[in-house]
Design a protein around this ligand. Structure first.
Ligand code: PGA
Length: 262
């Protein structure tokens, strides 16, 4: 049984004071260490918040003692050194990060990250017990040219090259069709599931069937409170990487509680 993984990717949004305000609001809805069943995310769903680097410290302090986990949106592929403007996994670790998003399509597009760099980042994240969320997905023109599977296969094979089964147990994949990110367009749940199923097969072929079965594959791209439960009904969709809709505490909570009536 794969535990759903729901991560909020704030991207370049929220100043420190806005982030503090947001997380405090989240806390008022989500009791920390709740007795019983007050918030389902504590037991049967894993919830992660990925704020900007400069807000990680404050957000981490507020989340301390809660089972909402802290994640980063990126990291560099070196521990330290003369890499102006970059952030090392050691720094993320010290701030309490448990997850790190690697290879988001915006990093690939605007910062020219390629699969080789992404692979180096994944290996270094694993070395420091940061769980990578590897993002894969096709552009609109690749989608229209029926290249989705070729694109995700290459991104997965090259992004995860040299990783063993044990390390793979720490990795989650986020399938994010780029044409669906921030556009209000989503793949239909059944179309998304078809790609997820193929991704699982690619992972089974690279590692083994058990690893394929255990790997969590999130869907990302215009996930909202209104479409989350239909996506989650699909057998190979194991959670979501949520951008825009994670910026409001109310909508993020509704997404996390996707199978509960309001
Ligand atoms: P979106 O972003 O939910 O705003 O489409 C998702 C993502 O880029 O991770």
């Amino acid at each position: 049984m794969r535990k759903p993984l729901i991560a909020g990717n704030w991207k370049m949004n929220k100043t420190v004071s806005e982030a503090v305000d947001f997380v405090n609001r989240l806390k008022s809805h989500i009791p920390l260490n709740p007795p019983g069943d007050s918030f389902r995310g504590m037991s049967d769903v894993e919830v992660v918040i990925c704020p900007t680097f400069v807000t990680l410290s404050e957000v981490g302090k507020i989340l301390e003692g809660s089972s909402i986990k802290l994640g980063a949106q990126n990291m560099y592929m070196q521990e330290n050194g003369a890499y102006t403007g970059e952030i090392s996994p050691l720094m993320l670790k010290e701030l309490g990060c448990r997850y790190v998003i690697i290879g988001h399509s915006e990093r690939r597009e605007y910062f020219k990250e390629d699969n080789k760099l992404i692979n180096a980042k994944i290996k270094l994240a694993l070395k420091y017990q940061l769980r990578p969320i590897l993002c894969v997905g096709e552009t609109l023109s690749e989608y229209q040219d029926n290249q989705t599977i070729d694109v995700v296969r290459t991104e997965i094979r090259e992004g995860l090259a040299g990783i063993d089964e044990e390390q793979m147990s720490q990795v989650a994949i986020a399938y994010e069709p780029i044409w669906a990110i921030g556009t209000g367009e989503t793949a239909t749940p059944s179309d998304a599931n078809k790609v997820h199923k193929i991704i699982r097969k690619i992972i089974s072929d690279m590692f083994d069937a058990k690893t394929g079965e255990k790997t969590r594959i999130q869907y990302g791209g215009s996930v909202k409170p209104d479409n989350m439960s239909a996506l989650m009904e699909q057998p190979d969709i194991d959670g979501a990487l949520v951008g825009g809709a994670s910026l409001s505490a109310e909508s993020f909570i509704r997404i996390v509680n996707y199978d509960k009536k309001d």
